[in-house]
Ligand binder design. Structure first.
Ligand SMILES: C[S@@+](CC[C@H](N)C(=O)[O-])C[C@H]1O[C@@H](n2cnc3c(N)ncnc32)[C@H](O)[C@@H]1O
Ligand code: SF4
Ligand code: SF4
Length: 351
């Protein structure tokens, strides 16, 4: 008898539907509310990292101080009480925190759909978090040495592969995605090989793109690594075909079509949807990335009702930057209740 797929529909998966359904309802509530009612709590748990990826948007922050466990636990608890639906724990490298299991546990106990994004180096040293995380993204940009080279981290590819195998066994309920960052060093052939790896390993594949019109002094490396719109479009035509041939790519068609059609504007609502908190407690203001408000020592409820926060967040719909980022695009489509966005996110949910 054929083995059951890890990605088949299970009772636990219903939680994802609660999340998606809750997302639609929260978007409607958020649209009707004058004050922001964000639903995603994105938390950089550390700035520290063992890699040095050329395209990394965040590595220049590595000297900042990280928040202690107690403060993170408080924030996650408050996020659950305030009605946030999910959390993404990321970094830097989140598995470099020796209290990451406690952090994931607190997120889970707060009722948040808990996701963690890792470069995979420390997966086997961390058996515990997989009991609480609903989903993990593990980065893999290419197969073998080219991945080590991109991350400037010799040996990381092999550790990612063995770490994934380990968690497939030890964390059977956790969804596993391989996350491929599309940059000037990517090619269709390399990405197809990664997708084949995911197909063979019975896990899922997600592509991240980050293309912004911002020219950030602090992150010049990012601009150098971006593909031009024409190149991205050509690449995504082929990747969309691959997805429709049955490779386990789980980016929405909505997102892929935006890139393929070389669109250059959409009404963005990302800051209304997500609260992104840096490891030192600063809340991200995406359109200039300047620090403006902090959650340190302050109730989350007070932060998100602070007039400065409200004004900043409400400004987003006038933002003309139209960042090509997966979350911002998909979530803004959902927020605007656009059927193509809802439809393609539902398609992902059931597969
Ligand atoms: C910021 S990292 C945090 C987790 C971990 N350090 C890692 O690399 O997986 C999360 C994801 O963002 C990706 N990423 C980093 N810089 C990016 C950029 N400029 N554009 C798009 N994705 C990026 C990484 O490759 C990774 O897959
Ligand atoms: S592993 Fe992640 S956080 Fe570290 S440098 Fe690479 S992209 Fe940045
Ligand atoms: S397009 Fe959206 S995510 Fe990008 S800077 Fe503007 S408001 Fe922020």
């Amino acid at each position: 008898m054929a083995e059951k797929s890890r990605n088949r529909m299970t009772f636990e998966r219903l939680k994802y539907y609660r999340n998606l359904g809750g997302g639609v309802i929260s978007c409607i509530r958020s649209r009707m509310s004058k004050t922001p009612r964000p639903l995603c709590f994105s938390l950089m748990v550390t700035n520290k990292c063992n890699c040095d990826c050329d395209y990394c948007f965040w590595k220049h922050k590595s000297q900042n101080e990280d928040m202690p466990l107690e403060e993170i636990q408080r924030l996650l608890k408050e996020a659950g009480e305030l009605g946030y639906l999910d959390t993404l724990l990321w970094g830097g490298e989140p598995l470099m925190r020796d209290d990451i299991t406690e952090i994931a546990k607190s997120a889970h106990e707060a009722g948040l759909y808990t996701k963690l994004s890792t470069n995979g180096w420390f997966l086997q040293e961390n058996p515990g978090f997989g009991k609480y995380a609903d989903l993990m993204f593990v980065s893999m940009d290419a197969i073998g040495k080219p991945h080590d080279d991109l991350r400037h981290c010799p040996g990381i590819f092999d550790r990612v592969v063995s770490g994934i195998e380990y968690h497939k066994i030890h964390s059977p309920k956790m969804r596993i995605y391989v996350c491929c960052t599309v940059s000037a060093q990517s090619s269709f052939e390399k990405i197809k090989e990664v997708s084949q790896f995911c197909k063979d390993a019975d896990i899922l594949h997600y592509l991240t793109v980050n293309k912004s019109n911002q020219a950030l002094e602090e992150a010049k490396n990012v601009k150098d690594m971006e593909l031009e719109s024409d190149q991205l479009s050509e690449l995504f035509i082929k990747l969309k075909e691959l997805k429709h041939q049955g490779y386990p790519i789980r980016n929405s068609d909505y997102f892929m079509d935006y890139i393929i059609d070389k669109k250059n504007y959409y009404e963005c609502h990302w800051p209304r949807i997500a609260t992104v908190v840096y490891a030192n407690g600063d809340v991200l203001r995406c359109y200039d990335r300047e620090p403006y408000i902090s959650v340190r020592g302050r109730a989350l409820k007070d932060v998100i009702s602070d007039p400065l926060y409200v004004e900043t967040v409400n400004k987003c719909q006038d933002c003309k930057l139209a960042c090509v980022g997966n979350y911002a695009l998909d979530a803004s489509g959902l927020w605007r209740l656009e059927w193509p966005a809802i439809k393609s996110l539902m398609q992902i949910a059931i597969t």
